[in-house]
Design a protein around this ligand. Sequence first.
Ligand SMILES: Cc1ncc(COP(=O)(O)O)c(C=O)c1O
Length: 413
Amino acid sequence: MFDFQQFPQINPPQRLLMGPGPINADPRVLRAMASQLVGQYDPVMTGYMNEVMALYRQVFRTQNRWTMLVDGTSRAGIEAILVSAIRPGDKVLVPVFGRFGHLLCEIARRCRAEVHTIEVPWGEVFTPDQIEDAIVRVKPRLLLTVHGDTSTTMLQPLEHLGEICRRHGVLFYTDATASLGGNVLESDAWGLDAVSAGLQKCLGGPSGSSPVTLSPAMEAAIRARKCVEQGIRTEAHQDGADEMIYSNYFDLGMVMDYWGPERLNHHTEATSMLFAARECARIMLEEGMDALIARHELHGRALLAGIQGMGLTVFGDISHKMNNVLGVMIPQEVQGEEVRKRLLEDFHIEIGTSFGPLQGKIWRIGTMGYNARKDCVLQTLTALEAVLNRLGLRTVQGAGMQAAWDIYDGANG
Ligand SMILES: Cc1ncc(COP(=O)(O)O)c(C=O)c1O
């Protein structure tokens, strides 16, 4: 007989998640998620949807009307924007400096784009000139960028690219999943046509909802592909002049009409995730976006000082590193996975591994969102120093943690 008792109620251990995301969710977000559901078209619910739009305009620093949530993880937001914007045969340019640039190529290929790439070694970023030269050569319809690529911990400067895209008539997208909230991102001032994010990094929530924002130019490109599904379609619904969007769920035309006054009956909004996203934004705006970014900068700097203070080497061009994730070269004296295992089992602290060309070469340590805190950084450094010494790498124990502490005491002084 099936014994359901072997599956007790979920009771996960208390971990400190100091990897590249997910991180521990802010308890306020978890409490918001535990709220009872309301109906999809209850005025209370549609009111919450409007509030979410207003809140995320502040987070993305935009006036874009179409600032809303795509239900699904960050990849859902990316895929919704790409499949809605890219017509089969469109040329796109992707500057690849890590795994998530490759992800943009992969999704664009599935949208049947003609994908062009430029690449720099992992650990570096592009200059605006390198990107403009490629735009001149390729003449793409869209430029697809990653703002912070967690695989390499690098932050691509975007502030000059919008003007370049405007001059060349290119639509400009960035994946800000890992950077939003922890690093400066100015959607309007930088001329971005579309940005997507996720909750599980600097926003301090769980994964499963993807905030996105679309400029009027991006809206026009999507509206030109309008096609409302049979069953909810009325005579008022006219098809656009361009080819339809080859996804139903990710058709941002229908998603806009669901979030807009028409309240088109597309999907059923993931209510608990909307509650989470709403609380993430409230928490961020209560602190203020500038203060939030400054907090990530401080804790990122303290972590960097601590890692260098214990004699470890940092990965990549640190003048372009994200505030919220640090790549650390795994010293030859220890096995990277053994260190991670000891940290998890003995200290309940998780740090990140790596993939692609960096697999087995670096750890990635994050300090973001709810975990961008002094106690989290000092605990992680202390535990890492202890584990390294336990496994045979001799350091002056405490030196790394003291170096980080100096940063905090300096910041207070
Ligand atoms: C830069 C970037 N883009 C996209 C993703 C994919 O996010 P998700 O796993 O939420 O779909 C991640 C996740 O780590 C990321 O760091």
